[in-house]
Design a protein around this ligand. Sequence first.
Ligand SMILES: [Zn+2]
Length: 194
Amino acid sequence: MSNQITPSEGDSIVCNSCGQLNPAWRTECKNCGKRLMLGSASRSATLSTARNRILRPQLLERPGCVTAYAVLLGIIAAFAGLAGLLFGFTTMINREFNLAAGLVLSVVMLAVGGFYIMVSRGLWELKNWARIVIIVTSSIGLIGPVLSILVVLVSPTSAQGVDPLIYLCLVGVQSAIPGYFLYWFSANGKYFQK
Ligand SMILES: [Zn+2]
């Protein structure tokens, strides 16, 4: 019999005679065999463990595709922000076209960059609102392809000079990415904090 106190995960009852931590289901100490008393201290430990389990369900690790999406959004955000800044500067320096319109466009690009950074960070931190944003933007991204599929199905001559079948394949490929993300983020809410 060892005197070593060896706590392991899930242990919550402290033995009054030897100090060994025991799992909540035990009635006798696994180290010294004495009957375990649910004293006030150990009972509150058991309760707080149970409460933690209810309030903070174990958060799953961030899946690789969420990491990839967050990084991709971060890169897009960086480019949008950079483009916005460059566009703003060149508009002010060259003054070749409408200054106000140029500045508005520049501000819009900066805003898009800021929004993407926010969503990227939200995804990285597994926030549920970021998941909703991805679901909504993926749905919006699918509207165009789905509409053009319907149009070509109704009147095959409208396939922009391409064979209707090839056109449908191209649009199918185009809708695969937003379609996949729409499916994945809808089905995998378990990874995200409520
Ligand atoms: Zn003991």
